[in-house]
Design a protein around this ligand. Structure first.
Ligand SMILES: [Mg+2]
Length: 221
């Protein structure tokens, strides 16, 4: 894969790119269903609910907390749940979700090679800072010198331009010298290109012509 000669920084997406979000989320929802006495095998329904509510957050329609509350109410079929009660119940899911974080095998070598090549390395994620930092650390991916760019704290999620511009500011680089890598075409490719970055789409399943199937395919430096 050919990268611009002037590449000075790389921004990695986190969920689905460095850490196996789906594996952890599936474990979380299975355990949650057992705790609540609900039938198991509800991963597809949860996944669909998560995608719809998270997209509403990414479109600026609701807050990050709001999408958690909305997901919980819809999944449990209890629209009357108060916010605090919904977030309380959601904690059952989150606890098991956290226990099941695991890095993709190509994540650490890729981050290490980018750092070894002298690139600035940032994590640009639509998650919240505290959780995403813990996720990087507990999976052994966090390295001294990396910059966490969580869009909940930046104030605008990907694919809004402010998300990428906020990350560039934190890294102290320009869009033209930055490469963004991630598994979402909308958030990690189209949005990044729109502000002038080079973008690489990671498609871990299937092999689309304009995507890479593994982070191993990128050689830094
Ligand atoms: Mg992702």
């Amino acid at each position: 894969m050919q990268l611009p000669a002037a590449t000075a920084a790389v921004l990695y997406d986190l969920d689905g790119t460095l850490v196996d979000h789906d594996h952890a989320a599936r474990a979380g929802v299975d355990a949650w269903c057992r705790t609540l006495g609900m039938p198991d095998g509800q991963w597809d329904r949860w996944s669909d609910i998560e995608r719809r509510w998270f997209t509403r957050f990414e479109n600026g329609e609701i807050s990050h907390m709001g999408q958690r509350v909305g997901r919980c109410r819809e999944f449990l079929g209890r629209p009357e749940l108060g916010e605090a009660e919904a977030l309380d119940l959601y904690e059952f899911y989150l606890a098991v979700y956290r226990e099941n974080w695991r890095a993709f095998p190509d994540a650490r070598p890729s981050l290490d090679s980018a750092l070894a090549a002298g690139l600035k390395v940032g994590i640009l994620t639509n998650g919240a800072q505290v959780m995403q930092q813990a996720k990087m650390e507990s999976t052994g991916l966090w390295r001294e010198g990396m910059v966490m760019c969580a869009t909940v704290e930046i104030g605008a999620p990907k694919p809004q331009p402010e998300a990428y511009l906020g990350a560039l500011e934190r890294l102290g680089v320009t869009a033209e010298e930055t490469v963004m890598i991630g598994d979402s075409w909308v958030n990690d490719v189209a949005g990044a290109q729109k502000v002038g970055m080079t973008a690489i789409h990671l498609a871990r399943e299937g092999n689309a012509a304009d995507s890479i199937g593994s982070l191993d395919e990128i050689v830094w430096g």
